[in-house]
Write a protein that binds this ligand. Structure first.
Ligand code: IFM
Length: 487
């Protein structure tokens, strides 16, 4: 593994430094990760039900069948959010709950759960942020070809219309997709996520249909939502850094920026695929037939907000010893790289830096720089940090506490990065901690805990960790508390 020099430490904020007025303090979850109730009220399997029930796909054979049982415990969970002082809650809607086959009329009992959840949030003074898709495609649509199939984009627009019809009067902020990069490249490229396919060409086709589906859904949302509602998409933008100064390292960074970021920001925010991406991947797909007339105009329907998810930077170089190497890209172990063209790139972990339980390098300055870069590249587009957080080995002490100073440190550093970006002129409207509570961490099952609230899966007992108390303090102050918060 090649070492990366740590950057010089950024200047620390005075502890009293404030966040912008109106800054949103949120936490996020996703349907399959927290809801459970996998077969209740008409819900049928999504690709994640199928995948997690397939031996060998998820750590320990864990599934989302019960998860954190949020479906039944949402009232208590909203009460917890209120105690923390959240001003917003970002959740996702399970397509399989609303439209089990991915086609046809909505199942009202499925929609009712979200109506109840949203009402509970509004009652508690917490603003709901609804994500339409967080990776759980109805299995029947995958059986018909999934995201590499163009028709899935049309089905998504129909589904968006059903959800907007049910919740449009009470949800002020809407997000089409969460991290479409993961859907395309982990689902259809490396196969570490559902549906577990390892077909690079299919991954690129999926990416295009996700762009198209996003645009079609934005059109539907704009049509059906009140004028005051805000539309958005959330991207896991990779903060890509070349390892060294060599032009070959810069070219590796360009490639990963193209297939990691600009493959979505291009069509969605500029109405075009970047020329270098098309050239780099021309041996895999025929873009001239994949992208039809009108697709890019559809994909680039304006959004009101861009959601940015950040956890760790992506450090790359030219191939080492003539070979590309994607083992350290932070996206799980597979014999198949998620990155088309990864034979031209080697990924690196920064040595000498602290890591989380995911083995992700902790680098808050990456978030600061990412926000500055995105705001420079897309001026006038308000940003929201829609996910940021860390998994650590958490334990409940005999007297019922969870001390997680490393998470407090992580949150402090990253919130300070957001504050500094805002102070330097970035229009960043808020921050959503990932995650409100421990949950099903995809291929890692329940082995990784990202929550500010600890969940004992045997009893479903919730215990706010020290970081939840610290975050509550930050919200009260509208400023960063010291790293070790109050108990
Ligand atoms: O748990 C996930 C979430 O579903 C999407 N973004 C990254 C998180 C941590 O891996």
């Amino acid at each position: 593994m090649t070492a990366v020099r740590p950057d010089t430490a950024p200047k620390q904020a005075p502890e009293t430094a404030q966040f912008p007025p109106g800054f949103v303090w949120g936490a996020a979850t996703a349907a399959y990760q927290v809801e459970g109730a996998a077969t209740e009220d008409g819900r049928t399997p999504s690709i994640w039900d199928t995948f997690s029930h397939t031996p060998g796909k998820v750590h320990n054979g864990d599934t989302g069948d019960v998860a954190a049982d949020h479906y039944h415990r949402y009232r208590d969970d909203v009460a917890l959010m209120k105690r923390i002082g959240l001003t917003a809650y970002r959740f996702s809607v399970s397509w399989s709950r609303v439209q089990p086959t991915g086609r046809g009329p909505a199942v009202e009992r499925g929609l009712d759960f979200y109506r109840r959840l949203v009402d509970e949030l509004l009652e508690a003074g917490i603003s709901p942020v609804a994500t339409l898709y967080h990776w759980d495609l109805p299995q029947e649509l995958e059986d018909a070809g999934g995201w590499p199939q163009r028709e899935t984009a049309e089905r998504f627009a129909d589904y968006a219309a059903l959800v907007a019809g049910a919740l449009g009067d009470r949800v002020p902020t809407w997000t089409t997709f969460n991290e479409p990069w993961c859907t395309a490249f982990l689902g259809y490229g490396s196969g570490v996520h559902a549906p577990g396919r390892t077909e690079p060409a299919a991954a690129l086709r999926a990416a295009h249909h996700l762009n198209l589906a996003h645009g079609r859904a934005i059109e539907v949302l704009r049509d059906r939502l009140p004028a005051t509602a805000r539309t958005s998409v959330t991207l896991n933008l990779h903060h890509v850094r070349p390892l060294g100064d060599a032009p070959a390292d810069a070219d590796a960074a360009r490639r990963i920026d193209a297939v990691g970021n600009r493959i979505f920001t291009g069509p969605m925010l500029r109405g075009a695929y970047p020329e270098d991406l098309l050239a780099d991947t021309a041996h895999l797909v025929d873009w001239s037939t994949l992208v039809r007339d009108g697709d890019l105009a559809a994909a680039s329907r304006p959004v009101d907000l861009l959601g940015v998810n950040y956890y760790t930077p992506t450090v790359v170089s030219a191939p080492v010893d003539g070979r590309g190497d994607a083992r350290d890209d932070g996206h799980g172990n597979s014999d198949h790289s998620p990155w088309p063209g990864s034979e031209h790139v080697a990924f690196h972990l920064a040595e000498g830096r602290k890591r989380t339980a995911m083995n992700w390098v902790i680098d808050p300055d990456g978030l600061y720089r990412l926000l500055l870069d995105v705001s420079r590249e897309h001026p006038g587009l308000p940003l929201m940090v829609t996910e940021n957080g860390a998994a650590f080995e958490d334990h409940v002490t005999p007297d019922g506490r969870v001390e997680d100073p490393e998470r407090i440190d992580y949150l402090h550093g990253h919130l300070d990065a957001v504050r500094r970006a805002a102070a330097d002129g970035v229009d960043v409207r808020g921050y959503f901690l990932w995650s409100l509570m421990d949950n099903f961490e995809w291929a890692y099952g329940y082995s990784k805990r990202f929550g500010a609230v600890h969940v004992d899966y045997a009893t479903q007992r919730r215990t706010p960790k020290a970081s939840a108390h610290w975050y509550a303090d930050a919200i009260r102050r509208h400023a960063l508390p010291p790293r070790t918060g109050p108990r």
